[in-house]
Design a protein around this ligand. Structure first.
Ligand SMILES: NC(=O)c1ccc[n+]([C@@H]2O[C@H](COP(=O)([O-])OP(=O)(O)OC[C@H]3O[C@@H](n4cnc5c(N)ncnc54)[C@H](O)[C@@H]3O)[C@@H](O)[C@H]2O)c1
Length: 343
């Protein structure tokens, strides 16, 4: 009986994850691009996310994202991520997560990684990648506006800066003065040279930004005035439910995956329900990267990423490999303890 084919099971802490990922923005955006290309080429399996909801706590949820990623990654796994927006008032981040990696050949799980950092990182890397590809025909935005200024907004700014973006103007709009102030403090500490403005009104933020990042936690669309978008900004609609259908319908819409994104009452899903078709969708980010879709400069461009489990796998496997390479894996001895079929 050969028990050595089962890899030892490792637990990777948030501190280890953060240590590996610090300063690696360019590599991670390349990894995320590779994962999108594989997804576009059909070398992934990415079933629908499963939402666990609670009747007594409707604002909260835990989502399971199973996935398998081919190419050079050759790994499967599951992200299990909670969103409890009330956590912020208690002084801890909204989201918490673990990522399980499964061996390609045996299916055995071989690692459990703290994954709130991996999830925020892949989300930010995907946003920076989209901003790059979707601005190629229109000139790089120099005025960015963050609509919702929590942890994800911070990661997206870090990823934009870490991949060569700089801004003359940085706008912030948040319903919470504490969040706006905290984000401003982060920006100042990050050494940004752009002028920072906290905008009291949403229209002031949108009208003054040529790159708009939505990272709120709203459940239903609240941005309805199409005239705020008359300057045709590039919109990273990371929180997915901010824009009313008329704004979606007046824009060029790029998603990460059509079937994923047209679910769970996202703004594109509401636009589909309103029109009864998907004609307003122009393609996926993988299509844009492959040169199969060109982006109309004469309209707002909205990128709505549902968030694919394959991106978590790409980043999680990178972290695992780096921790293993530096011999820092915390292995749980005897984790699998029934490896002889007949005892
Ligand atoms: N698409 C993806 O792949 C993906 C991945 C991760 C997170 N997300 C989404 O990103 C969003 C932000 O996550 P986070 O961890 O930064 O949350 P967070 O709670 O840290 O921050 C959200 C901020 O939005 C502000 N806000 C809420 N409603 C607002 C409104 N109407 N106008 C202005 N500001 C408002 C809040 O005050 C808060 O500061 C969430 O919706 C989350 O689901 C998406």
């Amino acid at each position: 009986m050969n028990t050595s084919i089962v890899r030892p099971f490792a637990v990777i802490s948030g501190a280890q994850v953060q240590h590996v990922l610090l300063g690696c923005e360019k590599q991670i955006v390349e990894l995320v691009e590779a994962a999108y290309r594989l997804h576009g080429a059909g070398e992934t399996v990415n079933p629908p996310s499963y939402f666990l909801r609670f009747p007594d706590r409707p604002a909260s949820r835990i989502i399971a994202l199973p996935a398998s990623l081919g190419g050079t990654f050759q790994v499967a796994g599951l992200k299990w991520i909670s969103s409890f927006p009330g956590n912020v008032e208690l002084g801890v981040p909204r989201a918490s997560a673990v990522l399980i990696l499964n061996d390609h050949d045996t299916g055995y799980p071989f690692a459990c990684l703290e994954s709130s950092i991996i999830s925020a990182t892949r989300t930010a890397a995907s946003a920076a990648l989209a901003a790059d590809w979707l601005s190629r025909g229109r000139g790089r935005p120099t005025r960015v506006g963050f609509f919702g200024a929590g942890l994800i907004a911070r990661y997206i700014h870090t990823y934009l800066s870490g991949t060569g973006w700089s801004f003359d103007e940085i706008g912030i709009h948040d319903l919470s003065a504490d969040s706006a102030c905290g984000f401003r403090g982060y920006l100042e500490r990050s050494g940004t040279t752009g002028r920072i403005t906290v905008c009291e009104s949403p229209d002031q933020l949108i009208r003054s930004s040529d790159l708009v990042v939505f990272a709120t936690v709203v459940a239903q669309p609240h941005v309805r005035d199409l005239s705020w978008f008359a300057h045709n900004p590039l919109v990273l609609h990371v929180s997915l439910r901010d824009l009313t259908p008329p704004i979606v319908l007046a824009s060029t819409n790029i998603v990460d995956d059509v079937d994923h994104c047209l679910k769970a009452d996202t703004s594109p899903h509401l636009a589909e329900q309103l029109t009864g078709n998907r004609d307003f969708l122009h393609g996926t980010l993988a299509d844009v990267i492959a040169g199969q879709v060109t982006v109309d400069e004469g309209r707002p461009v909205v990128f709505s990423p549902f968030g694919l489990g394959v991106l978590d796998l790409a980043v999680g496997k990178y972290v695992y490999d780096e921790v293993a390479r530096s011999s820092q894996l915390h292995v749980v001895d005897d984790f699998f303890h029934e490896l002889r079929r007949y005892g």
